[in-house]
Design a binder for this molecule. Structure first.
Ligand code: AHR
Length: 512
């Protein structure tokens, strides 16, 4: 009885709001199934950069910060709650300078190096292969090691893989002597990072040959599968994809794509927290370019790989703003606002749309670097708006995508123009429908009427993420300014889904 009164009220208030708002129309083809939305689309990236590893994940066993074998407990718990499916490590640019041998054996004896790429600080090598792979096991997440192709030899890379995966031989014995008897699982190995830049400044033609060579020597024990990921293009470098697919495509199972959302120029990227509406709109427009970029790289891949054997792995993406004032420019530490949350959700909708080819994505980066999930300072930790988006979209992991068609009003600000509403839909592993929406318009609610073909849900619930301002963010002192709330703006009416999306919001619905 109470439930019925509540539902009637909810429908009445959704109707009242809908009459006052611009409208959008969505068709959800629940009678059709698209490709699987791999859980690996919600992957993370953790580089030896700033406090991405040291302080952010690893504090050491003797730290006053509560930890499990050196990993901070608060971060472990937050990542477990997120169901992180895969973590890429140790870089980034750091990867092509890294010598894995310096990161194994007794910690006190490991050489202290200089992290020449990121801030020129010392790298103690305390967090190495064992620490990373044990961390992945603690989180029940897959490991993606990005190998050194730029400055290391094929032998070094081959031996690293053998050290990790082999049950027998001298390297396995060394691993056991270092504390790990059984081989680890290593589902992914990266064949260098940004070979066109910090990974060696190679031309595509040369990189393709190098990729063939390094790939040749990566061998795993019988029955152990490893997916080799080639270093892919940046942004709109379609030539790179063409050459790599044409000349080396048979030698890898995935190719990366790096596309960062940059609002200004590399020299002046703008502040993560201080921006006006024009800059806000520019950021969102820049992130929406991901759709077309993926489409064109995919079309090239389709030419050489029509069966879609090779994954497109967007293994670095996210916002890149100026570092926070007073912080080390080499540490890439930036705050994270509601604007970042909208960027994250827009990209998730784009990845879902391209789920047939995009099979992995790794946001840059997991803790304390660029568009982070988590920020830490000494013993304090805060979850960012981006973290909350990943949490809201958890039902998408390994779900089946459902085709959608959206007719949205436009959001315009100065030269920036884009559809106000973006949407995606999936059927989760238990057969339930979920719909993810983003309304980027900072000033107007949008009323969406969604026709559902092939589904007759009786009820809808969900969560919304919004905040008073586009630059609202969480701090160590005020950690819950931006956090998800139960959503009352959706109802099922005459078989259709009616939703009123608040301005500047992310909404994920569960239809039953
Ligand atoms: O994520 C920061 C850096 O961006 C990575 O190290 C590099 O691969 C990219 O240019």
């Amino acid at each position: 009885m109470h439930t019925r009164i509540f539902l009637t009220l909810a429908v009445a208030s959704v109707q009242a709001l809908a009459w006052q708002s611009p409208s959008a129309d969505l068709t959800i083809r629940a009678d059709q199934s698209g490709p699987q939305v791999n859980r690996q689309l919600f992957g993370q990236f953790a580089e030896h950069l700033g406090a991405g590893i040291y302080g952010g994940i690893w504090v050491g066993e003797d730290s006053k910060i509560p930890n499990t074998r050196g990993y901070r407990n608060d971060v472990l718990q937050a990542l477990r709650d997120l169901k992180v499916p895969v973590i890429r490590w140790p870089g980034g640019c750091f990867a092509d300078e890294y010598n894995w041998r310096e990161g194994v054996g007794p910690r006190a004896k490991r050489p202290v190096k200089i992290n020449t790429h990121w801030g020129g600080v010392t790298e103690p090598n305390t967090f190495g292969t064992h620490e990373f792979l044990d961390f992945a096991e603690l989180l029940d997440t897959e490991a993606y090691i990005s190998g050194n192709v730029g400055s290391g030899s094929p032998r070094e890379l081959a031996e690293w893989v053998e050290y990790v995966t082999s049950p027998a031989g001298s390297l396995a014995a060394e691993r056991a002597a270092n504390g790990r008897k059984d081989p680890w699982k290593l589902p992914y190995i990266g064949l260098g990072n940004e070979l066109w830049g910090c990974g060696g400044n190679m031309r595509a033609e040369y990189a393709a040959d190098v990729t063939r060579r390094y790939s040749t020597f990566i061998k795993t024990p019988a029955g152990v599968r490893i997916r080799k990921a080639a270093s892919g293009p940046s942004d709109e470098d379609y030539h790179w994809t063409e050459v790599m697919m044409r000349d080396a495509g048979r030698h890898f199972n995935a190719i990366g794509l790096h596309y960062y959302t940059i609002t200004g120029t590399w020299a002046r990227k703008g502040s993560a927290t201080v921006f006006d509406e024009a800059e806000y709109a520019k950021t969102l427009q820049a992130t929406l370019r991901m759709d077309g970029i993926i489409a064109r790289h995919s079309a090239i891949m389709d030419k050489y790989d029509p069966e879609k054997r090779v994954w497109l792995a967007v293994d670095e993406w996210g916002t890149w703003f100026d570092v926070e004032p007073g912080t080390n420019p080499g540490f890439l530490f930036q705050q994270n606002t509601l604007r970042d949350a909208l960027v994250a959700a827009l990209n998730i909708n784009i990845f879902t749309k391209h789920a047939g080819r995009v099979k992995m994505a790794n946001i840059a980066q997991m803790v304390n670097v660029l568009q982070a999930m988590i920020l830490t300072k000494d013993e304090k930790m805060v979850l960012t708006p981006t973290y909350h988006v990943f949490h809201m979209f958890k039902p998408y992991q390994d779900a089946t995508s459902i085709p959608v068609e959206m007719q949205s009003p436009w959001y315009n600000k100065d030269a920036s123009t884009m559809p106000a509403v973006s949407a995606s839909a999936i059927r989760d592993k238990d057969g339930r429908l979920h719909v993810g929406f983003v309304n980027v318009d900072p000033g107007r609610a949008i009323a969406v009427t969604a026709k559902l073909s092939g589904a007759t849900p009786a009820s809808v619930s969900g969560r919304v993420l919004t905040a008073p301002q586009t630059n609202s963010h969480n701090t160590f002192d005020q950690p819950t300014v931006v956090k998800p709330a139960a959503f009352a703006g959706a109802a099922i009416e005459s078989g259709a889904l009616k939703v009123v999306l608040p301005p500047k919001s992310v909404v994920v619905l569960d239809l039953q």
